[in-house]
Design a protein around this ligand. Structure first.
Ligand code: SD4
Length: 327
């Protein structure tokens, strides 16, 4: 994909070569780009764009952008989302900037903005990951309020229906009887962005899979699986069945594929194909989706199955794009 910037660079370089003038380094500022998973990404991108379009940092944009969705009650992400099997909402989130700084929280309960707690872990502790009670204590120490822990009305209705359908008995080792992650039942927002200075950042926040086993962690808070940023190359973020994203170190594998010269979409596709090749017989009812953005501002996505969409915002574009897919 040719961006406006690469086109201009090429055009200016040819003009200079034709006139025999020596080439000077270009000082054009970059056009910011922000990408997010699913249709909720449109609302998240609007917020991120307020920051990016005024010359703000990608890191601030990816935090503020996904907070909008964490705030929505009766939404797929944050405290309004689906609970685990025991009827409790547990949240995971991660954030990463252009200097390999990263932070994440896992199994966090009763805190509204896990993405901001993840950023505090990154900026205020010597660690990368905090989990469970410790993560909650850290959040409280940092001034985040403790929320009630009650399910949202939609989540409570869904949970009651699920209990009836599965006949689930706490502590039984039953299957979670889940449908593959789809536009209707996804639980995550992932966002990656490049700012005017050419710096990349990413964020990912989730309630994990609906009715998961208590204590289950997916890919979203795992740096390298759900999210990865290498400012020399690009950024990638994932959504879908976390276990299968973790198996192939999804996001970092995509960044490495871009380093080898693949476009963002082809890099995403290469990782989906690798998974499909080796585990074809174990991917029934599994969806895996990736988004990637490179240093030049080129972007793309790819999914295992149909149904994945992603939101894109640039100076010229505000759109929800249907992702290409393998099966
Ligand atoms: C997880 N990847 O916890 C998340 C789930 C997801 O849309 O993306 N749902 O496995």
């Amino acid at each position: 994909m040719t961006t406006r910037r690469t086109f201009l660079s090429g055009a200016l370089a040819s003009a200079a070569a034709a006139s025999g003038a020596s080439l000077k380094p270009l000082t054009l500022s970059r056009t910011p780009v922000v990408l997010s998973t699913w249709e909720t990404g449109m609302r998240a991108n609007d917020k991120a764009w307020e920051i990016l379009s005024y010359g703000g940092k990608a890191l601030d944009a990816v935090e503020e952008g996904v907070r909008v969705i964490e705030d929505e009650l009766n939404c797929c992400v944050g405290l309004g989302a689906h609970p685990d099997r025991e009827g409790r909402v547990t949240l995971d989130a991660s954030i990463m900037d252009h200097r390999f700084n990263c932070g994440s929280v896992l199994f966090l309960e009763r805190i509204k903005h896990p993405i901001s707690v993840a950023r505090r872990v990154m900026e205020k502790t010597p660690h990368v990951m905090l989990a469970g009670e410790g993560a909650q204590q850290f959040a409280l120490d940092e001034g985040f309020p403790l929320e009630s822990g009650e399910l949202s009305p939609d989540a409570a209705r869904g949970y009651q229906a699920w209990l009836k359908k599965t006949g689930y008995q706490p502590r039984a080792r039953s299957s979670t009887a889940l449908a593959p992650v789809s536009p209707q039942n996804h639980d995550t927002i992932g966002m990656i962005a490049i700012d005017e200075s050419g710096n990349l950042s990413g964020s990912c926040t989730t309630s994990g899979l609906a009715y998961k086993m208590r204590g289950r962690i997916g890919d979203s808070p795992i740096i390298g699986a759900g999210l990865y940023v290498d400012n020399d190359i690009g950024a990638a973020v994932a959504t879908g069945q976390g276990e299968d994203i973790v198996r192939v170190a999804g996001a970092s594998s995509i960044v490495e594929a871009m380093r080898r010269g693949l476009s963002p979409e082809k890099a995403c596709r290469s990782v989906v194909e690798k998974l499909a090749r080796v585990r074809r017989d174990q991917l029934k009812d599994v969806q895996v989706c990736f988004l990637a953005l490179n240093k030049q501002g080129e972007y793309g996505g790819f999914a295992l199955r149909s149904g994945f969409s992603f939101a894109v915002r640039t100076a010229k574009l505000k759109t929800l794009t249907a992702s290409r897919f393998l099966w």
